[in-house]
Design a protein around this ligand. Structure first.
Ligand code: GDP
Length: 482
């Protein structure tokens, strides 16, 4: 046998081994989709799955642009105890005749998409399959990480002190009144404990509805309870404890402390250990436009939320939390959603603002522990662009169908009429957002109805339009489909 044929046999053996390996070990990727309430998680996850299944080429998503994605299909998810993401229901909501946005994320949900693709390079050529597990969960739950190394007394002190800030006085008044009526050292009936927990939850909801817009005050499950809605696990609240206070065992403070510790042990820890720590990649959706429009207090809260999220990604790498869980996320994409509310000229500016916010958060929290990317995108584009004339001036506008009841410049829409709207402009220099570069309320930011889908020549519905969703997919999945 000549040296060349020996070499040829070896290569063939290798190739066969490669095919065998590719056929038997199907690689997996767990992608987390998170963000605070109404940041766009449901819409993003639905659009992502829709584009993978529809197999229409997306220019910046290379595996798709190069025609190497042969087929993607929904498969059985690996975790039987996690609810399935209701993709079909959400697609039906987006379609005629309803053409409405799907129900938002309120709890964790999962969906597996198996992607059959052709390898582009490397030793092992030929067909392969990537099992993509998408896990959609409320970003509010990440805020709970901050509770794990805090005692009940510390958490109480921080939360009560923050609620005494003058701008929160009105919002906090009903809860403060309920707090004052109870003695932490005395025994309290269950009804009083429940009332206090309800008053505290009311305070958290009012914070979110108020000028700060996003509430970063934990516990995250009080606003996003998931399956725990109405359960006793959420019946506790912080107390106004004097310095050095120790809780008598059967007192109100003792009860609250026990429930607080149970919440950490039975709700927070399992989420981080069983779900968060198993993610490989993460997209964090951020409604930057809503925060800019709501004013400086909302922007400050958004910055705090970004810090908390980054701390969660770093946790376990060099903190005391490493004994609990150690995340393996190697890439995190921060995405400013709903970019279709702006004209194209402003997409880059929106991305620059998000990048600045993320960089500031990374500096404050000393690194993300993963590769970080930023993008401004619209998972589903509900508008198109146009130029309008106002007082002899040409303005870059967007055209869409505002939802029923939306108001722009005094006009109230019926949900059936299209309108050209000048959304306002973002500053050229992103730093200006911290010094009044976007006046509160200066952006025209109505809720648009989802778009009508066009028919192609063969009578098939064209895929849902988007802005830069392909860039997000390339960052998150591209290297796993080569
Ligand atoms: P979730 O709470 O994070 O799951 O948020 P959703 O995905 O339900 O989004 C909340 C709302 O934001 C939707 O009902 C839409 O009104 C709006 N929205 C989300 N994504 C987009 C988008 O890409 N374009 C537009 N125009 N609106 C969006």
């Amino acid at each position: 046998m000549s040296a060349t044929s020996l070499f040829g046999d070896t290569v063939d053996a290798f190739k066969n081994l490669g095919h065998f390996a590719a056929a038997t070990v199907s690689p997996r990727l767990r992608l987390g989709v998170t963000g605070l309430s109404r940041s766009g998680k449901t819409v993003f996850t639905t659009a992502l799955v829709h584009h993978l299944l529809s197999a229409v080429a997306m220019p910046v998503f290379r595996a798709s642009a190069e025609g190497r994605i042969r087929k993607a299909r929904l498969d059985d998810q690996p975790d039987d105890t996690v609810p399935r993401f209701p993709f079909e229901e959400h697609m039906a909501a987006l379609a005629e005749p309803e053409r409405r946005w799907p129900e938002s994320t309120r709890r964790i949900a999962e969906l597996r998409v198996s992607i059959d693709y052709e390898r582009a390079s490397g030793w092992i050529k030929g067909p392969a399959t990537l099992a993509l597990d998408i896990v959609d969960y409320p970003g509010e739950w990440l805020l709970d990480l901050a509770l794990l190394d805090k005692s009940f007394a510390e958490w109480s002190r921080e939360t009560v002190t923050a609620s005494r800030r003058p701008e929160r006085a009105e919002i906090a008044a009903p809860w403060h009144a309920a707090l004052k009526a109870l003695d932490p050292a005395a025994v309290a009936p269950e009804s009083a404990i429940a009332e206090l927990a309800t008053a505290f939850t009311g305070y958290l909801s009012a914070l979110r509805a108020g000028p700060e817009a996003v509430a970063t005050t934990p516990p995250g499950r009080f606003l996003m309870p998931g399956d725990l809605a109405g359960s006793p696990a959420l019946t506790f609240a912080p107390l106004d404890l004097p310095p050095g206070f120790t809780s008598p065992p059967r007192s109100l403070a003792g009860q609250m402390e026990r429930r607080y510790e149970a919440y950490k042990a039975q709700v927070v820890r399992p989420f981080f250990r069983e779900h968060f720590a198993r993610l490989d990649r993460q997209i964090v959706l951020v409604d930057v436009l809503a925060s800019l429009d709501a004013g400086p207090a909302a922007l400050a809260e958004l910055e705090k939320a970004l810090d908390q999220v980054l701390i969660a990604f770093r946790a376990g790498r060099n903190t005391i939390l490493s004994s609990l869980f150690s995340p393996r996320i190697d890439k995190v994409l921060f995405a400013a959603t709903k970019a279709d509310h702006l004209h194209r000229a402003d997409h880059q500016r929106l991305e620059a603002i998000l990048k600045l916010l993320v960089e500031r958060a990374i500096r404050r929290t000393q690194g993300a522990g993963a590769m970080v990317g930023t993008v401004a995108m619209a998972a589903i584009r509900a508008t198109r662009e146009a130029t309008i004339r106002e007082s002899g001036e040409q303005l870059a506008a967007i055209v869409g169908m505002p939802a029923a009841g939306e108001e722009v410049d005094g006009q109230i829409f019926d949900g059936e009429t299209e309108a050209a709207i000048f959304p306002g402009e973002l500053p050229d220099a992103p730093e200006l957002v911290f010094s009044g570069g976007v006046a509160p309320g200066a952006l025209r930011f109505p809720r648009f109805r989802p778009p009508r889908r066009a028919m192609d020549h063969g009578g098939r519905l064209s895929p849902l339009p988007h802005i830069r969703l392909d860039r997000a997919l390339e960052f998150l999945l591209g290297d796993r489909l080569t």
